[in-house]
Design a protein around this ligand. Sequence first.
Ligand code: C5J
Length: 228
Amino acid sequence: MPSIAAYPYDYELPTDSKLALVIIDMQRDFLEYGGFGDALGNDVTQLQSIVPTVKKLLETFRSLNLPVIHTIEAHTADLSDCPPSKLNRGKGGLKIGDQGAMGRILIAGEDGNNIISELTPLDNEIVIIKPGKGAFCRTDLESILQKENITHLLFTGVTTEVCVQTTMREANDRGYECLIIEDGTASYFPEFKTSTIEMLCAQGGIIGWSANSKQVIEALVPQAMAIA
Ligand code: C5J
């Protein structure tokens, strides 16, 4: 059985269902100067450092014709899908819906809400617009995965401890086999990234596995060559 050399043990690749790459919230608002993350005083270069790795993984999945799922954290312009608990959270910086340097913060369709140009989704790729941190909350993600026979999810994106971790936990509870790609995810706080991956994989992989992009690509590319 083909597998990824992962932690805490090998991650077996599916043979009669599909593996998908999940790219969480690689949006201008989180990664670029003048966006939401920057306005909150975060060092956006921490997140920018993973762009080449995520791009390489994306290109690998595209070249193998494997499914890719992009997510975008976004709200409607009238904020009717943003609960007060989320809207009012945080002090001292820009809030959701406020005018920022790239348009209104986290509002669908604004410049800052778009995925960075390096990772722009193709027309045939799944894009989940999500009002929560987790991508299963008030979205069609679960029914799309079922329809596409996707059972295995490899996670990348930002931020590790917020939207990536929340979505991986939601997916694990729904029965998906989840792996986080260490060098394909980032946090504004490097120590949070390290701790999150430790927590997800502790106790024999209580939420899932971790591996680096090289281990993932090495496992996928020979398999595809053998099938071809
Ligand atoms: C945050 C995210 N950090 N994509 N969103 O608010 O992790």
